[in-house]
Ligand binder design. Structure first.
Ligand code: 6PG
Length: 476
């Protein structure tokens, strides 16, 4: 350690980067700050220099020179090319044992590649998922660092200090080697997409079938936020719904109904397809956003068929039924997300502790929610759960909600309100519970046209029926 030098550095001072640097400084860490265009660095020092001990660096060389060794540099630039460019430049300036930490939303495969490349140079590379948006970066995010265990000895204590805390525990843990941290952050975002879609469907049902105004639905969400559904996303939904334009029109009614995406939800689904894990809730959410953006196609179909007219038919049960359907569908979405992490962990030998992931998502991040405590308890009780759904608590919760969940799906389908999230979550649950699935018929079809063979339930081996011959069965 060198007296007077900075403990850690941040390069890339857009909102997330500068808020993270301020968070570090506010926690007493001397932090060196750098931006490709120095004006941003100077503006940060001018506006927030009084919040802690900052060292401004005009160049990456200055940044490197300002740091204690082993050096720790957090990169907060755009994922992809810009991140590679900074890593390339930095790796020529650093010494063996130094650490480069990518705090952006990088694809985990890029993180694996970068970690391997920097290892060759004796550098430690940490892909750290950071969630919580601007507010979290400043006041306490949830941090999901991957990379070599050795790096966590150095960056772990710093991250644990600036992370959100729940029941005194920091929302940060070493997730696993190489790309594990960014993988978990990607799935976090996928779950975020699913959760947001389910909440949006609940709003749509209360609006179109329940005939409620956004202000009334805001009240409903506020109430829900004091029960099992307590979560950041439910809380902000109530805020968005009660917000009005200058003329009193609810804002939600004037926002264009075409949802955008930066890509982490899509990545999650692409990876789930590779791993063979059915994350149907995340898939439906990604496709729902995509569908909403096809405005010309939507108009063409509306013109051809006439816009669907939903007649509001509120009844006393609707609000509570939707609450229960939302909860059950949400359990399914999280169960699928955790399945995906478990599968990737096996595949890449990451040894990820699923209970610890639930623990660090309890605060700071976008999907923070009361029920993550239950998920943690479920994995603490049995780390090898076949599915979250079979944990006693979640089994009871889903069983209790089942009748309401079915009523909601039936009403949505009858009325013409699209609820792909609710419907597919229920179908997933029903499929898992079925004694027999029609997959048997699919196997028969595959064997018919492609001699792809099938297995039988009554004896071992693979078989083929001579479909175009005498239809006798042969062992394959
Ligand atoms: C977070 C958020 C953050 C961001 C996502 C979502 O965890 O803080 O997930 O990473 O809001 O990129 O963005 P899109 O909805 O645009 O994909």
């Amino acid at each position: 350690m060198t007296e007077g030098k900075a403990r850690i550095a941040v390069t890339g001072l857009a909102t997330m980067g500068s808020n993270l640097a301020r968070n570090l400084a506010r926690h007493g860490f001397k932090v060196a700050v750098h931006n490709r265009t120095p004006a941003k660095m100077k503006a940060l020092l001018e506006e927030h220099g009084h919040e802690g001990d900052f060292v401004g660096a005009e160049t990456l060389q200055d940044l490197v020179d300002s740091l204690q060794t082993p050096r720790q540099i957090i990169i907060m630039v755009k994922a992809g090319g810009p991140t590679d460019a900074v890593i390339d430049e930095l790796s020529g300036l650093l010494e063996p044992g130094d650490m480069v930490i990518d705090g952006g939303n990088a694809h985990y495969a890029d993180t694996r590649r970068r970690e391997a490349a920097l290892k060759e140079k004796g550098l430690l590379f940490v892909g750290a998922g950071i969630s919580g948006g601007e507010e979290g970066a400043l006041n306490g995010p949830s941090i999901m660092p991957g990379g070599p265990a050795e790096s966590y000895k150095h960056v772990g204590p710093v991250f644990e200090e600036i992370a959100a805390k729940v029941d005194g525990q920091p929302c940060c843990v070493h997730v696993g080697p190489d790309g594990a941290g960014h993988f978990v952050k990607m799935v976090h975002n996928g779950i975020e997409y699913a959760d947001m879609q389910l909440i949006a469907e609940a709003y749509d049902l209360l609006s179109r079938i329940g005939g409620q105004t956004p202000a009334e639905i805001s009240e409903v969400f506020t109430q829900w936020n004091s029960g099992d559904l307590e979560s950041y996303l439910v809380e902000i939904t109530a805020e968005v719904l009660k917000h009005v334009d200058a003329d009193g029109t609810p804002l939600v009614q004037v926002i264009e109904d075409a949802a955008e995406q930066k890509g982490t939800g899509r990545w999650t689904v692409q990876e789930a397809l590779e791993l063979g894990v059915p994350v149907t809730g995340i898939g439906e959410a990604v496709f729902a956003r995509s569908l909403s953006g096809h405005t010309d196609q939507r108009k063409a179909v509306r013109d051809a068929f006439g816009a669907s007219e939903v007649v509001a038919k509120p009844d006393a049960e609707l609000v509570d039924d939707v609450r229960q359907a939302l909860y059950a569908s949400k359990v399914v979405a999280y169960a699928q997300g955790f399945d995906m992490i478990r599968e990737a962990s096996k595949n890449f030998d990451w040894n990820i502790d699923l209970g610890a992931m639930a623990t660090i998502w309890r605060g700071g991040c976008i999907i923070r929610a009361q029920f993550l405590n239950r998920i943690r308890e479920a994995y603490d009780a049995n780390a090898d759960l076949a599915s979250l759904l079979v944990d006693n608590y979640f089994r009871d919760a889903v069983q209790n909600a089942e009748a309401a969940w079915r009523r909601v799906v039936v009403r949505a389908v009858e009325s013409g309100v699209p609820t792909p999230g609710f419907v597919s979550a229920l179908a997933y649950y029903d499929a898992l519970r079925s004694e027999r699935l029609p997959a048997a018929l699919v196997q028969g079809q595959r064997d018919f046209f492609g001699a792809h063979t099938y297995r039988r339930i009554d004896r071992p081996g693979s078989f083929h029926t001579l479909w175009s011959g005498d239809r006798s069965e042969v062992e394959a």
